[in-house]
Design a protein around this ligand. Sequence first.
Ligand SMILES: NC(=O)C1=CN([C@@H]2O[C@H](COP(=O)(O)OP(=O)(O)OC[C@H]3O[C@@H](n4cnc5c(N)ncnc54)[C@H](OP(=O)(O)O)[C@@H]3O)[C@@H](O)[C@H]2O)C=CC1
Ligand SMILES: O=C(O)[C@@H]1CCC=N1
Length: 257
Amino acid sequence: MGEALLSRLIARAAYQPGEILISDPMQQRREFLAQQYGVGVTADNSEVAAATEVLLLAIKPQVFESVATALPSLGQNGQVPVILSILAGVPLSKLERAFPGVPIVRSMPNTPATVGAGITAIAPGTQVQPEHLDRAKTVLQAVGDVVQVPESLMDAVTGLSGSGPAYVAIFIEALTDGGVRAGLPRAIAAQLALQTVLGTATLIQETQLHPAELKDRVTSPGGTTIAGVAQLEKAGFRSACIEAVQAATERSRQLGS
Ligand SMILES: NC(=O)C1=CN([C@@H]2O[C@H](COP(=O)(O)OP(=O)(O)OC[C@H]3O[C@@H](n4cnc5c(N)ncnc54)[C@H](OP(=O)(O)O)[C@@H]3O)[C@@H](O)[C@H]2O)C=CC1
Ligand SMILES: O=C(O)[C@@H]1CCC=N1
């Protein structure tokens, strides 16, 4: 996810490569990132503590405690950066305990950020002033839309839009398989499935139609669509989507505790 943000930030010239320093423990990754994006790289997390504007935390929640404990205090050069955390589940209270007095914005982006079509929810911590929030938004708006939510909703955001690209990808893959089963060549089925999802999303976005209204417009009485819809309902598609978001939300809560 860190690379998804990085690639778009550079493509949009939100930051120059020379203004970005990335810490990663794997030499191969460091070499790749330096070569691909022209950014500075280091194996020493304490070097990023010298950040002046934004310190993006893009590690896994499971290693947060060990990484945070090993970091020296921030802002030794007199300028305290905003910490922008994308960690699933890790609450502001835990982040603020690890970095006392530092402005922290908890956020949940998603992978469409890579192509500028992301959506990120943010929740500011107790030390965050409007200019800190602006700095965090500058980063996140370069990769898509930004919405602000109360922190209590961040796990639900994680279950929906954070994890959602995986659900949608599975749906596209499954539609493709359906087409293949119905006799279509795979390449044509994949093109039809992808454009159906993309086109439907664009249609809903541009017309502001309620999804149920759009479904009704496609569904001719006694026709093909209602036969397909009936099968989706029988298989519990709607319920599976609801349960998927719920399970991911629960897992986000667990990761932060
Ligand atoms: N994937 C997604 O769609 C989304 C992920 N997130 C959040 O983003 C974060 C990263 O997830 P994701 O990108 O999927 O996972 P990855 O495993 O791909 O990324 C984790 C990164 O952290 C690096 N890393 C591991 N240990 C350390 C360390 N001690 N110090 C510095 N860097 C370290 C890894 O380096 P290396 O690989 O070289 O070991 C890797 O680059 C998580 O907190 C997740 O909750 C949020 C929104 C969406
Ligand atoms: O699967 C995960 O834990 C991360 C958080 C949201 C999307 N991917």
